[in-house]
Each structure stands twice: as C-alpha cells, then as structure tokens.
Design a protein around this ligand. Structure first.
Ligand code: CAA
Length: 388
C-alpha cells in the first residue's frame, strides 16, 4: 500500500512547527542574517519545543519520533530560516550516532542531560583539507592508558562556538585511511579545546560555524562510540539517516521562495497586467512547484526507508542531490521573477538564494551524492530486463 496522508499526530507536529517558524523564527530571520549573529534565544525555545531531540527515545526524555516525522517538522522550520534550522538539525546529527550506536551507559550519560536542559551538540568530521574525503583526515586519537589523546583542527563546524559536546571523528593512524577512524563524544569543557571566530559566510548566516581546535585533549575511553574499522562506516550510516533531513531543508527554502514569487507575480504590473498573467512567468512558477513536489517525495521516500531500517544510501543521496539543486534553481527563479527588486536586500528572496547554495556543498556535496548513487547503481544487477 502506498499513501501520502499525514497521520493526525503528524498534522499536529506540522502545525506546531509552522506556528513556531512563523512566530519565533521568521520575525528575527532577516536581522540575524544581516548581522551574522547566532539566535541563542530562538535555539532555547526550539529546545523547549523538543525540536533538538526529535529522534531521542522518550525513555531518555526525547520526542521518540521517526525520520519522516522529523522531516515534516524540519520543512516548516527551514521555511522560516535555513540558517536557524541547520543549527537545530546539527544537534540531531550529533545525537543520532549515540542513539543508534551508543551503549546504554553512554545514552544515559549524554542523552538524558541533553534533553532535560537547554544544550547544543556539534558534529566534527571535516577538516581544512578534508571535506569530501573524510578517510584522509589528519586529526589523531592516540590511546594513552584509559584515555585517548586528541589532537587536530576541525573545520566548518556548525554550532562550534556553542556546543556542550562534540561528536568527534579522528584517526588512530592516518595510513590506515578509513579503517583507522574512530569516533567519540568530547565534552566542550574538556581541557585543551578552543574554537575560532564565527566564519563570515555567504548564507545561512544565523548559524554559527567555526573551527574547533583540539590540543592534547584527554578523552576517556568510555566515551568511545565507534572503534577502529567501525568509525567511518558508522559515520556514513548516520549520514544516510540525516541527509533526508538536510534535503527537506531545501524543500522548505524552495517552498518559501515559490510562495513569495507567486504573491509578487500577482501584484507586479508590466504591460498593463500582473506578470503572473504572462505565460513566461507562469511556466517558471509551474516548474518551481513541480520540482518542489518531486523533491519532497524523494525526501519522504528516503526517510520512510530509514524508519523501516532499510539501507537507504542511494535514496538519501538522490533526495539530497535533487532537493539541493531544486532549492538553488527555485530561489534563483524567485529572484528572477522579482527582477531588479529581487537583487536587493529590500526583499527576502536574495537571502533564500544565498541560503540555498551551501546545501549543494555541505552534508556531502552535489558531486559526492552522485558518486554514491552511481556506485550503488553499478552494483545493482537483479532488475535488468536485458542481459548483455
Ligand atoms: N553505510 C555503511 N557503510 C558504508 C557506507 C554506508 N552508507 N558507505 C560506505 N561504507 C563502508 C564501505 O562498505 C566500506 O567498507 P569496507 O571497508 O568493509 O569495504 C567503507 O565504508 C569505506 O567505503 P568507501 O570505500 O566507499 O569510502 P570512500 O573513502 O571511497 O568514501 C564517500 C565514500 C561516499 C565519498 C564518503 O567519503 C562521503 O560520503 N564523503 C562525504 C563526506 C560528508 O558527507 N561530509 C559531511 C560533513 S557533515 C556536515 O556537512 C554537517 C553540516 O554542517 C550540515
């Protein structure tokens, strides 16, 4: 059976997230974008609403929701401001490996306090020279008795300046490539950690992005989440679950761009009629609407597979690649429909276009997503109609 109806509970979640987006996020989105400041008060309210802990099981104080449920919430939050949404989302990115791979003791120690008081988490995978190719990371973790000694610099760290703990990936030996990578939970008050200034970005300027520097940080062995030979695979498996949640952010941005462009096209008069009556503009709006719909369906399918525990690497990559490209195209077309006005800071569509760009870059670039899709495609054999 295939169905697209939301359950009553999902409608309630959607409505609650939409209200939050409209009343809490949207009124301050332009200000934080302009100033490049992090809205800590919005984050605290989002935490109170449970938006930081959607996937954490109820027994630790979380919401106990699924990936589809979370995508429904996330579309609403990102429609208000993608920068704020990504800051909320990254906590889920850091918490998910603990939920999925942590021991019972680790879950109690990290998830419960995170849920009970306002906290922020961060995910430290990338480095200055290591983006698409995390297997070649340089940050090292050397076992020293009952501690690991952590050294290195992580780059592009969302929430870097505000996290209560970091989920860190490091290598025990760079020559082992992906097989040497381990991951652990590092409280941000550990001695030897500092973070850089917020990076001055093109878009998603309400999110806090910094470097995080680890110098001889002693991480207790009991904080280890994934040992040698496992760390990389678990990072990849976690990204399969979280990529639909970033992809749906693209849907949120694109939806807002379409909404604004449609309203503007109905008002703006050229050649004596609203430009919405010109077929050239109608076709642009139609393409925007159809692509947003298709992106949402790809996201829901990838999320649905994740909820069923079915490996979704290909579908998650499809959703992320397609939705990010849609967000870029749709926001660019929204600027086009606004004409000269769209190219100014007087209207919100230029922000949406800037916010969209990085979705083609982070959480796996547009090119890496295609690589993941192609690799799986080339392995699939059973559905062939023709034998060569
Ligand atoms: N699930 C489980 N295991 C997986 C897997 C998955 N999805 N993908 C790969 N693996 C396993 C492989 O089976 C392989 O196992 P064996 O050693 O047993 O053979 C092992 O992992 C190594 O796999 P590959 O050979 O495919 O590894 P690779 O080095 O060629 O890299 C890649 C593959 C897909 C390019 C990967 O490196 C990748 O996804 N890169 C992008 C990194 C990324 O997304 N960074 C995002 C940072 S977070 C972020 O951006 C957050 C934010 O701010 C919003």
């Amino acid at each position: 059976m295939i169905g697209f109806d939301l359950t009553q509970e999902q409608r309630v979640l959607q409505e609650r997230a939409r209200k939050f987006s409209k009343e809490v996020i949207l009124p301050v989105a332009a200000k934080h974008d302009r100033e490049g400041t992090f809205p800590l008060d919005v984050m605290e309210k989002a935490h109170q609403e449970g938006f930081f802990t959607p996937l954490v099981p109820k027994k630790y104080g979380g919401q106990g929701l699924g990936v589809v449920d979370n995508c429904i919430i996330s579309e609403e939050l990102s429609a208000g401001c993608m920068g704020m949404y990504v800051s909320i989302f990254v906590s889920t990115l850091a918490l998910y490996p603990i939920i999925k791979f942590g021991t019972e003791e680790q879950r109690e120690r990290f998830l419960r306090p995170f849920c009970s008081k306002f906290s922020i988490a961060s995910y430290c995978l990338s480095e200055v020279t290591v983006g698409s190719d995390p297997a070649s990371m340089r940050t090292t973790a050397i076992l020293d008795g009952d501690h690991y000694l952590l050294n290195g610099t992580k780059m592009w760290i969302t929430n870097g300046g505000y996290a209560d703990f970091y989920l860190v990936f490091a290598t025990t030996n760079p020559e082992k490539k992906h097989k040497g990578i381990i991951s652990f939970i590092v409280p941000s008050n550990s001695e030897g950690i500092r973070h850089g200034e917020p990076i001055d970005k093109m878009g998603q300027r309400a999110s806090n992005t910094t470097t995080v520097i680890f110098k001889n940080v002693r991480v207790p062995r009991e904080n280890l989440l994934a040992g040698e030979g496992e760390g990389f695979k678990k990072a990849m498996a976690a990204l399969d679950i979280t990529r639909p949640m970033i992809a749906v952010g693209s849907v949120g941005i694109a939806r807002t761009a379409l909404e604004l462009a449609t309203q503007y096209a109905k008002k703006r008069i050229q050649f004596g009629v609203p430009i919405a009556q010109h077929q050239a503009v109608q076709f642009m709006l139609a393409d925007m609407a159809k692509d947003i719909e298709a992106a949402r369906l790809l996201v829901w399918k990838a999320a649905w597979l994740a909820d069923r525990g079915i490996r979704n690497s290909k579908e998650a990559a499809m959703a992320k690649a397609f939705a990010a490209d849609v967000a870029m195209q749709v926001t660019s077309n929204a600027v086009q429909i606004y004409g000269g006005m769209g190219y100014t800071k007087w209207h919100p569509v230029e922000k949406l276009m800037r916010d969209a760009k990085v979705i083609q870059i982070y959480e796996g670039t547009a090119q890496i997503m295609r690589l993941v899709i192609a690799r799986q495609l080339l392995q699939e054999t059973e559905r062939t109609l023709f034998k060569m």
